[in-house]
Design a protein around this ligand. Structure first.
Ligand SMILES: [Fe+2]
Length: 240
């Protein structure tokens, strides 16, 4: 499997604060059957200012730790970008770590606030599309406004967003409402990707293997593989 959303880098956001914990997380990922991990620290302007050079430097430290531990896992980096008008200027200065697909294909993991869908979100998504970027929407099933008005998902689908649900949502880790939505969207064929959004080994672990198992029960082996391997690979293959 390939995980395209997690917080493995140490001391850079609300993920682990020590490198030994980053390594423990990667060991957990490997034990789950994950071969490729794209680490995606938060870029949340004013809170976690993880612009591309900051992430690149931290990532080099991770690679060094992987070498020291002789850990056999493929890693790359992008970022999880909190929706903000500053994205436009940062992008034009190449300051955002993006996903690279095949050839020139690029994508951005664009996070909504947890509480609501901001006004103008659709305008920003349209602008990003015009820059040639595919927008991946992480965990809409955990957004409070979307939970109250699930039909809002269709707006994002119409804008061409890829929908990524969190592994833990399918397993009930984020409550009944999120689980119900994630399962419903999966069964309706609205989901494009499943990712861990792992933050630690204990409190927010990878759990992608368990989510894949649940997906197999819900939609069958072939689709479960598409959401955990083929679609993630399409998004990030240019990074490896
Ligand atoms: Fe995340």
């Amino acid at each position: 499997m390939i995980d395209i959303h997690n917080h493995v880098l140490a001391g850079i956001d609300d993920g682990p604060q020590q490198w030994q914990h980053s390594i423990a997380m990667l060991e957990q990922a490997k034990a789950q059957g994950i071969s490729h991990v794209v680490v995606t620290p938060h870029l949340h302007f004013g809170r976690f200012d993880n612009i591309q050079p900051v992430v690149a430097q931290s990532f080099a430290r991770l690679q060094q730790a992987i070498r020291e531990q002789q850990l056999d896992i493929h890693v790359a980096f992008a970022s999880e970008v909190r929706i903000d008008s500053q994205i436009m200027a940062a992008l034009s200065r190449d300051l955002i770590a993006l996903f690279h697909g095949q050839g020139p294909e690029r994508a951005i993991l664009l996070e909504l606030p947890h509480s609501h869908v901001p006004l103008g979100a659709d305008k920003l998504i349209t602008w990003l599309n015009r820059q040639g970027l595919t927008v991946v929407l992480p965990h809409p099933e955990r957004n409070r406004e979307i939970k109250a008005k699930p039909h809002l998902l269709a707006r994002f689908k119409r804008l061409g967003c890829l929908i990524q649900v969190t592994a833990g949502s399918l397993l009930g880790d984020f409550g009944d409402d999120s689980e119900k939505l994630a399962v419903q969207w999966l069964e309706q064929g609205d989901v494009d990707l499943i990712a861990s959004d792992a933050h630690s080994c204990e409190r927010r672990p990878f759990r992608l293997a368990q989510a894949r198992e649940r997906s197999e029960q819900l939609v069958g082996k072939e689709l479960a593989q598409r959401y955990t391997k083929e679609n993630p690979w399409r998004l990030c293959q240019g990074l490896f």
